[in-house]
Ligand binder design. Structure first.
Ligand code: XIL
Length: 403
């Protein structure tokens, strides 16, 4: 009994010492860091970049903090591990692709550590606005257009010499209620779509490489989404939007963008049939966007390659438009290693299909990923972690473009 108490006292005395040291793989320094700057025994504090130093490596494994004690999207496993110093857009170009790019969003642009990396046009040769060109942002009231957010992204692309993807004209989501809850005749809604797409695409005429004119038209079972557009206009609405976009900017590539078409299935078949129908009717359609919101270890690169080939055989180009590969948190070295393999598989699939023109990640850092707020308990989906440290995934991408 006495002996046990003595042990407990001894253990308690050790606790403050342990807590004042960063755990293996933990942060131990960097600009703005106020936590521990020494590492637990067996590990060394190594500078990854000015913003992040980490306790590396060490045999003893330290349990990560439970998810509830960490901010959403935080990765707890070793984030470093990327060794490539090559720049991804440079690699993509050398490999014959048009670009490697990223989504970005207006609120992030006040983060100067973020923009320092975003503005590197050897890293990113293309950007997509994550939100600010969507319908709710651009025509919140009927006939009232607001382009300030979109203009900020467009001018960033211009200043940095990056391609711009427009995202998007017609989508069931992020619609202002005057559209989603409006009651329209077919003629009225046709005119609403024409006016929206035409005004939006005209505004950015000459600045946009490709527009996602129609976003996510199908349910996973291959049926059409029953949104206001389909309910009022049936299968004709993509044609209305595509023709309005073509008239507004004849030089822009016009895309349909979709997810869960990256392997064979009802949804991919439905979209393929739509592509065939539109092409047969000479409706302007230049590309298919494969969003590629994946889960670590749960997709097949060869299946993606087959889909890219199948769609581009119809005379359209393809692009990977919203790539991220999420995991259930906390991240582990094994998950990050699988994520590296998975990123590499996506790049390899695009590399093996000539008409796959480029790859866009849906933001490059976990700090601004949409994943944690959308998929509960999941995150760490981007190639850089929340401290802007390159993850093993970065090497997977670099190797994919270099193969
Ligand atoms: C996401 C944005 O990243 C989030 O900030 C927003 O809250 C919801 O939309 N498919 C798409 C994108 O086509 O527009 C979505 O972007 C992610 C899924």
């Amino acid at each position: 009994m006495l002996k046990l108490s003595a042990s407990l006292v001894a253990l308690a005395a050790l606790v403050p010492l342990v807590a004042s040291q960063a755990a293996e793989w933990g942060q131990c320094g960097g600009i703005g860091w106020t936590g521990a700057t020494t590492c637990v025994s067996g590990t060394t504090c190594v500078v990854s970049n000015p913003y992040y130093s980490q306790c590396l490596p060490g045999a003893a494994s330290v349990s990560p903090a439970p998810p509830s004690s960490r901010p959403a999207g935080t990765s707890t496993a070793p984030a470093s591990g990327a060794t490539s110093t090559a720049k991804l857009h440079t690699l993509a170009k050398a490999a014959g692709k048009l670009y490697f790019g990223t989504a970005t969003d207006n609120p992030e642009l006040t983060d100067t550590a973020y923009t320092a990396i975003l503005d590197d046009n050897t890293m990113f040769g293309q950007i997509s606005p994550a939100n600010s060109m969507k319908w709710d942002a651009t025509e919140p009231e009927q006939g009232v257009f607001t382009f300030s957010g979109g203009d900020q992204i467009a001018s960033l692309a211009k200043t940095n010499g990056m391609l711009l993807r427009g995202h998007n004209c017609v989508w069931y989501n992020q619609l202002p209620s005057w559209v989603s809850s409006g009651s329209f005749t077919a003629a009225q809604l046709t005119s609403v779509i024409q006016n929206h797409c035409s005004t939006l695409v005209s505004h950015y005429k000459g600045q946009v490489y490709a527009w996602d004119v129609v976003n996510e038209p199908f349910n996973d079972d291959g049926t059409w989404r029953t949104d206001v557009f389909f309910n009022v206009l049936g299968e004709t609405y993509p044609q209305i939007a595509l023709e309005a976009a073509r008239a507004a900017d004849p030089a822009a590539k016009l895309y349909i963008n979709e997810y869960n078409i990256e392997s064979a299935g009802a949804k991919a078949t439905a979209l393929l049939n739509l592509v065939k129908t539109l092409k047969a009717a000479s409706v302007p359609l230049d590309g298919i966007g494969f969003q590629c919101h994946f889960i670590v270890g749960e997709f097949s690169g060869p299946a993606l390659q087959t889909q890219l080939s199948t769609f581009t055989a119809q005379g359209v180009e393809a692009a990977i438009t919203e790539l991220d590969i999420r995991m259930t948190l906390p991240s582990t070295p094994a998950l990050l290693a699988q994520q590296k393999t998975d990123y590499n598989s996506v790049i390899t699939a695009c590399m093996n299909v000539e008409s796959c023109v480029g790859v866009t990640v849906w933001d490059w850092t976990d700090k601004y990923s949409w994943v944690p707020s959308t998929f509960s308990g999941q995150g760490a989906a981007c190639p850089w972690d929340q401290n802007f440290v390159k993850k093993p995934a970065y090497d997977g991408i670099a190797a994919g473009f270099s193969a």
